[in-house]
Design a protein around this ligand. Structure first.
Ligand code: MF3
Ligand code: CO
Length: 238
């Protein structure tokens, strides 16, 4: 899992450096798949429940699961969320980042920053002996301070020899404690935060999730390991 995450962090770093106005969302997918395969790894999203690409590329009001297209060009001022995962020797990793395309508005940058901060607020509670929903509630509380909408229809998840394992990791307020966290658990924690309403809709391609009000959305995700102390973040360079 550690090596799977380390390699995925490199994929994200490379994709982040490659983003520029004019490129297509398909260009990003091609580059991402190429890097994953150069490691001898397999993209875990490709053909997952029929998903037709290796990287999810979601622009502006697209929340997650945007399907790469050679007709969709990135413009300066856009924000683009890249969600990627890979399999190394049978072990999955999963991570997402939202990037600015060229110069973006202050408001858009704030959304990107707060979404990343939501993840770090949440994982302050990701520790053996705490409860799963401590993470959820911390994420929700932080996003609420900024008046943002927290997506409820999609959640984080356990991860290991499968991309999606138990438990679900919600990003919104929970009225139960959730399971008790134990050392060795591996989770994908992934706040999806909207500038406006929390409500989302599915597009006709049955994959792309968009905000109901057309406002911007950002996504930030890492695969983490629960320990007795600080969680280990597998999908970030250390
Ligand atoms: N990264 C997504 C998640 O966190 C999975 C994408 S599923 C795919 O659950 F089918 F779109 F690839
Ligand atoms: Co995930």
């Amino acid at each position: 899992m550690r090596e799977s995450g380390r390699l995925l962090a490199i994929v994200h770093d490379e994709l982040g450096k490659a983003i520029r106005p004019g490129m297509t969302t398909k260009d990003i997918d091609r580059l991402g798949e190429e890097i994953i395969r150069s490691f001898g790894c397999t993209p875990n999203f490709l053909n997952y429940n029929g998903y037709p690409a290796s990287i999810c590329v979601s622009v502006n009001d697209e929340v997650v699961h945007g399907i790469p297209s050679k007709k969709r060009h990135l413009d300066a001022g856009d924000i683009v969320s890249l969600d990627a995962g890979l399999i190394y020797k049978g072990y999955h990793s999963d991570a997402a980042r939202t990037h600015a395309v060229g110069e973006i508005s202050k408001e858009a940058q704030k959304l990107i920053d707060v979404t990343r901060e939501c993840f770090f607020e949440g994982i302050k509670f990701a520790k053996a002996g705490n409860h799963l929903h401590d993470i959820s509630n911390a994420i929700a509380a932080y996003a609420e301070k900024y008046g943002y909408g927290v997506v409820e229809e999609l959640v984080g998840h356990g991860i290991g020899t499968h991309l999606h394992e138990e438990p679900e990791v919600p990003n919104f307020y929970q009225h139960t404690k959730g399971i008790r966290l134990k050392p060795g658990m591996t989770l994908a924690v992934e706040p999806m935060i909207n500038m406006g309403t929390k409500d989302v809709e599915w597009m006709d391609d049955d994959w792309t999730v968009v905000t109901a009000d057309g406002a911007l959305s950002a996504h930030y995700e890492n695969t983490i390991l629960i320990t007795e102390g600080e969680p280990e973040i597998f999908t970030m360079k250390r």
